[in-house]
Design a protein around this ligand. Structure first.
Ligand code: ADP
Ligand code: ZN
Length: 293
C-alpha cells in the first residue's frame, strides 16, 4: 500500500490542504484564511476525513519560528496579519492529528516543490519569489534550503526610490518603501487606486512594477548567484511583466556578469513556476515525501 503524506500551504489569504505523494495523485481542498482557530480547525477536519498520512509538511506565511530548540518553534510570529501574531500552527496540527510535522516558509517550500517537480530540477542554487499580498523569497544554496539567523526576508530589501517618478510613499507597515512596500499587490492597489488584477496590461503600473522587481533581482543575482529565478504569486499572473523584467535586469547588469544564462538565455533564467498555482502546496508535500509515488 502506498504511504500517503499531507501538505498545508498556509497563506495569508487562503489555506490549501492536500493528501498524496506527488503532483500526479494530489487530492486538495482550499479555503479562506479567517481566524487562526477556525482556519486550523478546517485543516484538521480535512485530514481527519482522509486516509491516514505518515507526516504533514507545512509551508507557511510568516515570519515564522524555525528554530527547533525555541519555545515558540512552529509559531507564526510578528505577522501584521490581524489575529495571527504568535499562533502555534505546528503544535495545533501535531496535537490534533498525532503525526510528525515539517515546517518551512511558504517560499522555501515552494522552492523545494519546484526543485523536485518543476522549474528548478537539477539546480542547486536558485531562488523562488512570490509577489502577492506580500513579497517573499526563498530557495536553495548549494543544495540546502536557505536558513540562518531567522530566514531570508527578501521582500524587505531597500531599493532606490525615485520620488519624482513615483511619489507613492510605500505600503510596508515596518519600512514604508522597501520592495514589498513598493511592489506587492496591495502597494499596486494603493498607488493606482484599483485592485492590481483590474489594471489593463498596458497600464504604466506594469513598467514601474517591472522596474522595482528588476532592481531587486539584480541585488539577489549579485549576492546569491542563483542559477535561475522563479517568480510566482498573484501579481506575476500579469505575464507581460516577464519580458519587461528580463530586459531591465540585463540592462542594469550592463554586461558585468558574464554568464550565458543571463546574456543569451534570460528567457529561461527568469521564469514562472512550472507547477503554477500548485507550487506552494506541492512544496509543502515535498518537505515530507521521501520517494515519488
Ligand atoms: P497571497 O499572497 O495572499 O498568498 P496571491 O499570491 O494571489 O495570494 O496574491 C494576492 C495579491 O495579488 C493581491 O494583492 C491581488 O490584488 C494580486 N493579484 C491577484 N491576481 C492578480 C492578477 N491576475 N494580476 C495582478 N495582480 C493580481
Ligand atoms: Zn518592509
Amino acid at each position: 500500500m502506498t504511504t500517503l503524506y499531507g501538505a498545508i500551504e498556509a497563506g495569508g489569504t487562503k489555506f490549501v490542504c492536500a493528501v498524496g505523494t506527488s503532483p500526479n495523485d494530489l487530492r486538495e481542498t482550499r479555503f479562506a484564511t479567517t481566524t487562526p482557530d477556525e482556519t486550523i480547525a478546517r485543516a484538521i477536519e480535512f485530514f481527519r476525513a482522509q486516509s491516514r498520512v505518515a507526516a504533514i509538511g507545512i509551508g507557511s506565511f510568516g515570519p515564522i519560528d524555525l528554530h527547533r530548540d525555541s519555545p515558540t518553534y512552529g509559531y507564526i510570529t510578528t505577522t501584521p496579519k490581524p489575529g495571527w501574531r504568535n499562533t502555534d500552527l505546528v503544535g495545533a496540527i501535531r496535537r490534533a492529528l498525532d503525526v510528525p510535522v515539517a515546517f518551512e516558509t511558504d517560499v522555501n517550500a515552494a522552492a523545494l516543490g519546484e526543485h523536485r517537480w518543476g522549474a528548478a530540477r537539477g539546480l542547486d542554487t536558485f531562488i523562488y519569489l512570490t509577489i502577492g499580498t506580500g513579497i517573499g523569497g526563498g530557495g536553495l544554496v548549494s543544495g540546502k534550503l536557505m536558513h540562518g539567523l531567522i530566514h531570508p526576508e527578501m521582500g524587505h530589501i531597500r531599493l532606490p526610490h525615485d520620488l519624482t517618478r513615483d511619489p507613492f510613499p510605500g505600503a510596508c507597515p515596518f519600512h514604508g518603501d522597501c520592495l514589498e512596500g513598493l511592489a506587492s499587490g496591495p502597494a499596486l492597489e494603493k498607488r493606482w487606486g484599483a485592485r492590481a488584477e483590474t489594471l489593463p496590461a498596458d497600464h504604466p503600473a506594469w513598467e514601474l512594477e517591472a522596474h522595482y522587481l528588476a532592481l531587486a533581482l539584480v541585488n539577489y543575482i549579485c549576492t546569491l548567484s542563483p542559477q535561475r529565478i522563479i517568480l510566482g504569486g498573484g501579481v506575476m499572473e500579469q505575464a507581460q511583466l516577464f519580458p519587461l523584467i528580463r530586459r531591465e535586469v540585463v540592462q542594469l547588469l550592463n554586461g558585468y556578469i558574464q554568464s550565458p544564462a543571463i546574456i543569451e538565455q534570460i528567457d529561461t533564467y527568469i521564469v514562472p513556476p512550472a507547477l503554477g498555482a500548485r507550487a506552494g502546496v506541492l512544496g509543502a508535500l515535498a518537505l515530507v515525501v521521501t520517494e515519488d509515488g
